[in-house]
Write a protein that binds this ligand. Sequence first.
Ligand SMILES: Cc1cc2nc3c(=O)[nH]c(=O)nc-3n(C[C@H](O)[C@H](O)[C@H](O)COP(=O)(O)OP(=O)(O)OC[C@H]3O[C@@H](n4cnc5c(N)ncnc54)[C@H](O)[C@@H]3O)c2cc1C
Length: 327
Amino acid sequence: MINTLVVGEIKDGKLSENSFDLLKISDKLSDRTSLVLCTSSQDNVPLDDIKILPVDFIYLLKIPSLDIDRGIYDIDTYALSVFLNSKDFNLILFSKSEYGSVVAPRVAFRNKKKYLSDCTGISLKEDLFLIERPIYGGVAIAEYQVSTNISPVFSIRSGLQNLDDISNNKIAAIEEIDIQFNEPHPAKMIEEYSNDSLEEIKLEDAKIIVSGGRGLGNEIAFEELKKLANLLGGALGASRAACDAGWIDHSLQIGLTGKTVTPDLYISVGISGASQHLAGCSMSKNIVAINNDKDANIFNVARFGVIGDWNQIIKSFISSIEDLSLK
Ligand SMILES: Cc1cc2nc3c(=O)[nH]c(=O)nc-3n(C[C@H](O)[C@H](O)[C@H](O)COP(=O)(O)OP(=O)(O)OC[C@H]3O[C@@H](n4cnc5c(N)ncnc54)[C@H](O)[C@@H]3O)c2cc1C
């Protein structure tokens, strides 16, 4: 019997889309699914929505103010570690979000569990989890067989698996657990947290991304890409070369040492398609590449390619969209 714990995330008063994906994965693999959420008094936990989720148990870990903990999640890490000490699961799933990437490995380490990050495929064969994850910057996919007996922790890339909706005939039992902190917590040493990120739509959640590289030539060019992203209701991204040049904030970097994205549409502008960049975007459903070098590597992964100067192409693309939206 597979008993799975999904570590959920609340965003804007709702369970995040990534967390829903995890519930769907768990529903396919498991006999029993539990959901755990770390909640503070400031959190707007949507209890009415959560009660009807297709899970067997919901654990609400009551923790102190999260304000001092944003970005480092020490308190969540502590709370989840304490919780897991008292419960047994065959499988613990995090999403490969910023939260999951920070919390999952620390929780696994503290609870002496094996951890695999950034899994892109997961299935069950007898008493083994079969896992796929990209390696060597995304140029190869490694396959792992992990025993269900060792209670592993996986972080799962969202938006990849074609997941069926779950029919829900369950009524979840909800348990609230107060997490006690016996010692002053190191997170209290942080006096101020400032969010410098330029992201308006989170890159990891965006369905459309317009991403710029060194081929743009300067910082001002990103204004044009921003305009296009706004018109399409998408988010802005960048290559590391553009970030390193200081043209755009590093929080928007996509790739091996940046963010991993899986949008429906990834428009790459003036980006050569180095393997380290593709590690972060090659799982996009459709890549459109604009580059003036017909031999650029990005065309090898693009579904549609436009060879030419980005400036002319983007300008006429923007004016066509504006014309269409006026009609
Ligand atoms: C350990 C490590 C980690 C890394 N991590 C990352 C990462 O996370 N993300 C990342 O992006 N990179 C990463 N890199 C860097 C990566 O190797 C590349 O150097 C980088 O992706 C190149 O960025 P670029 O494509 O913008 O620039 P370039 O490779 O310089 O490409 C610019 C492209 O623009 C085109 N171009 C020029 N002018 C125009 C024009 N007018 N119109 C249209 N096209 C034009 C050119 O033909 C060229 O193809 C990493 C490298 C290492 C070693």
